[in-house]
Design a protein around this ligand. Structure first.
Ligand SMILES: Nc1ccn([C@H]2C[C@H](O)[C@@H](COP(=O)(O)O)O2)c(=O)n1
Ligand SMILES: [Zn+2]
Length: 189
């Protein structure tokens, strides 16, 4: 470690290099912010005009093994995105859309998801809770909760609780901002 004064700090007698004044300590993103941030970024890819949801699955070594967002099934072209309650059920998105959690699980790049944690930007519905349990996921971290499907939410909570899978709300204390101009790297010389 360089000593600020530039004098010997290791007993070698050699002067240590002082840190450049332009070098400053960087903040290291905490795991929850990083993984929920990835889920949030994935959500931005969703074509759902009303609700974009993202999910990120992390294994016990804190490696990302699956990411997904809500979208229509593969190769579909003309399925409706409407949520309009006055339309026929077949003309609304709900029968067709693949939830972010389903897509994250399907997109897995590891043999299995046993012992993993799922980060998801919206509370998982009861169908996704079943998928989460069947995949062997052992923890769920969610960000927001809508109260428009109370029976589904209650069933989801019940299933996860019954299987002793902890469900935790992510409560960020600050925003993450990606400023691309700050990602510009400059050579040392
Ligand atoms: N945990 C969840 C909950 C919902 N979704 C998707 C399904 C739809 O695309 C959208 C909800 O639509 P809304 O009723 O808000 O218009 O969110 C999901 O992927 N994961
Ligand atoms: Zn779902």
């Amino acid at each position: 470690m360089a000593s600020p004064s530039g004098s010997s700090a290791d007993g070698s007698g050699k002067a240590q290099e002082a840190p450049q004044t332009s070098e400053k300590a960087r903040e290291v993103l905490a795991d929850d912010y990083y993984f929920m941030g990835i889920a949030g970024l994935a959500a931005k890819k969703s074509k759902d005009p009303m609700t974009q949801v993202g999910a990120c699955i992390v294994n016990q070594e804190k490696k990302i093994v699956g990411v997904g967002y809500n979208g229509m099934p593969r190769d579909s072209k003309n399925l409706p995105w409407s949520r309009n309650a006055e339309k026929e059920e077949a003309e609304r998105k709900y029968l067709y859309v693949c939830h972010a959690e389903l897509n994250a699980i399907m997109n897995k790049n590891s043999a299995d998801l046993k012992g993993c944690t799922m980060y998801v930007t919206l509370f998982p519905c009861n169908e996704c809770a079943k998928l989460i349990l069947q995949a062997g996921i052992k923890e769920v971290v969610y960000f927001s909760e809508k109260n428009d499907t109370p029976a589904s939410t209650a069933a989801s909570k019940k299933m996860l609780e019954d299987a002793a899978v902890p469900l935790r709300k992510f409560e960020p204390k600050e925003a993450i901002v990606i400023d691309f101009s700050k990602l510009q790297h400059h050579s040392a010389k």
